[in-house]
Design a protein. Sequence first.
Length: 190
Amino acid sequence: MIHADYTEKKQENRINLANMVFTLSKRVLANWATEVSLSLLWEIMRTVMKKMLKWAAVLAGLGFFGMLLVKVPALGLAEAEFCGKCHAMDYQVYTYLHSPHAQGANCGDCHDPHGLVTGSIYAVYTGSRDVFRVVTNTVPTEIRATGLSKKVIQGNCLRCHGDIMGDIGDTSQDGGVYCFHCHRNIVHPR
């Protein structure tokens, strides 16, 4: 009987030991598999992200270069012929073509900043806004310059007519008016 109890206890201990080893092995393997799978997942994500970042950088570079193209004179994107393709600008183009500015300035000379990057960004922004308005049929009945547009136009008045304005200075400073408030009828009478 003692021998049977001893054998039974020994068998029970072996089973307990086997269960402990199995459980421990299972945990070790689970942790290892998790670490390996997380490590592998992280490596895959890093590789994919690197490729995506490279493509994003290439696309951003191409987009920036494409944006700068709006300032290339040969494309004519600042000319009345281009601006006049939109029926909403018929009046503006007509008045421009019958003004003294038609001889020496184009639409972009007055309505876009002259810096390459700032002018390109502004032209893309206003052009995209205008296209959106035409496509969605939300063109205002009367086209008016925004606050930013007024500052751009004022800056271009001063840039082109600096010889005349040298003594007067910027008329819009200290609560003054923009040049085109008094000289409105020169290009666009409204």
